[in-house]
Design a protein around this ligand. Sequence first.
Ligand SMILES: *[C@@H]1O[C@H](CO)[C@@H](O)[C@H](O)[C@H]1NC(C)=O
Ligand SMILES: *[C@@H]1O[C@H](CO)[C@@H](O)[C@H](O)[C@H]1NC(C)=O
Ligand SMILES: *[C@@H]1O[C@H](CO)[C@@H](O)[C@H](O)[C@H]1NC(C)=O
Length: 466
Amino acid sequence: MAKPKPKLHVAVFPWLALGHMIPYLQLSKLIARKGHNVSFISTPRNISRLPKIPSNLTVIFVSLPLPHGVDHLPEKAEGTTDVPETHIAYLKEAFDGLSEAFSEFLESSKPDWIVYDILHHWVPPIAEKLGVRRAMFCTFNAASIIIINGPASIMIHGRDPRKTVEDLIVPPPWVPFETNIVYRLFEAMRIMEYPTAGVTGAELNDNYRTGLTYFGSEVIAIRTCMELEPEWIQLLSKLQGKPVIPIGLLSPSPVDEADDEGPWLDIREWLDTQRVKSVVYVALGTEVTVSNEEIQGLAHGLERCGLPFFWMLRKRTGASVFLPDGFEERVKGRGIVRTEWVPQTKILSHGSVGGFVTHCGWGSAVEGLSFGVPLIMFPCNLDQPLVARLLGGLNIGLEISRNEQDGSVTSASVAETIRLVVVEEDGKIYRDNAASQQKKIFGNKRLQDQYADSFIEFLENQRAGM
Ligand SMILES: *[C@@H]1O[C@H](CO)[C@@H](O)[C@H](O)[C@H]1NC(C)=O
Ligand SMILES: *[C@@H]1O[C@H](CO)[C@@H](O)[C@H](O)[C@H]1NC(C)=O
Ligand SMILES: *[C@@H]1O[C@H](CO)[C@@H](O)[C@H](O)[C@H]1NC(C)=O
């Protein structure tokens, strides 16, 4: 009989945003389930807000206080939703101030592996010096990260040849195959205007940071699977010259979310009174500012579609959103709007939800599909349009059509798309496909376990000193 492999200590260190911390927590649980120790590194306030994990799993939270006194940053800001979009650069600057405390942690606890996010460019050199093995874990899908980033050498030296809007509506030169995963005209314009770190004052821009992070890593783990984008996963490995290990979609399960108290009881009571698969759940995330015109267009479309809906309308600090005059009065009884946190996973898993109006953040889209809910896609910026194109290819939902030039939407197109995906006979294909892809991929626990197991095996086999 083979000797059991010695247990590992794996430290994980996500970016300070919920959409990154949640998949890192999922991964931590999968690693700890095998009896390994996990140290989850973040800042105090972020750690205090994470969902609880089963007490028999050895996941230890390591709290590194964010240095204060960075110009332009509110005293208590720790997460990307605490600051306006234009100030995320300063959060990154404060984040860089964690390097000393991180270095002390690593030196005193000497984990076998450190698993870190794409902006953590100072982590690999520290780890390498201490003989700790280095895995970058990317929470975006492969096609998006390839199209946005390109090879590390191009990122580090600022040699991205794409300078104009026209360059962004076709595949980048480093993609050798044909694909329809490209930006539309109005999306490309938004990408060009997006406040990146370099422009707003921090020393290092995102591309440079990510390039260095790729460069210093021994292996790249990524939240995706071969069933979805095999050619992109292979291309990522080729472009960065490193092994790439897909670790599955890390779909959440409803039990992971907060207890059965507070907002959920009221929400469930309301959902229970609705017909099966009739409710439209709407949530556009908090990382990207959605314009008022977009909110208005959606609101009028929801009003017009005639279906019951639940809208989680959260906004980031510094953003202001307005619903049309009298909106809530007119949809009373049929539509609910909440501006505070709601347990999204529980809502999506409820049997009366029949469609998900989503901004197509990778995590959200995966979450909806893991419960077989077809998507009504409304991508706004960054990787979201690319995710919408990738998933659109599976026919698990539809994008709300927009004006190519300025991205505007009409209430008619919003209402039609929602009705088609949720109730109309012609849209049955989307509902059927969402259900079958749930079984095959997005909600497939066995597949997830296989991916997690191979990643963990890799960590076990490649530990320091072997
Ligand atoms: C895991 O943690 C336990 C309890 O703190 C400790 O006894 C054990 O040595 C740790 N194992 C590794 C591999 O770090
Ligand atoms: C933790 O407890 C659950 C049941 O509560 C059990 O299924 C699981 O195997 C346990 N995991 C470990 C690593 O002990
Ligand atoms: C991280 O901290 C900030 C508050 O400082 C908060 O807005 C953000 O939501 C936190 N993230 C999580 C996962 O709680």
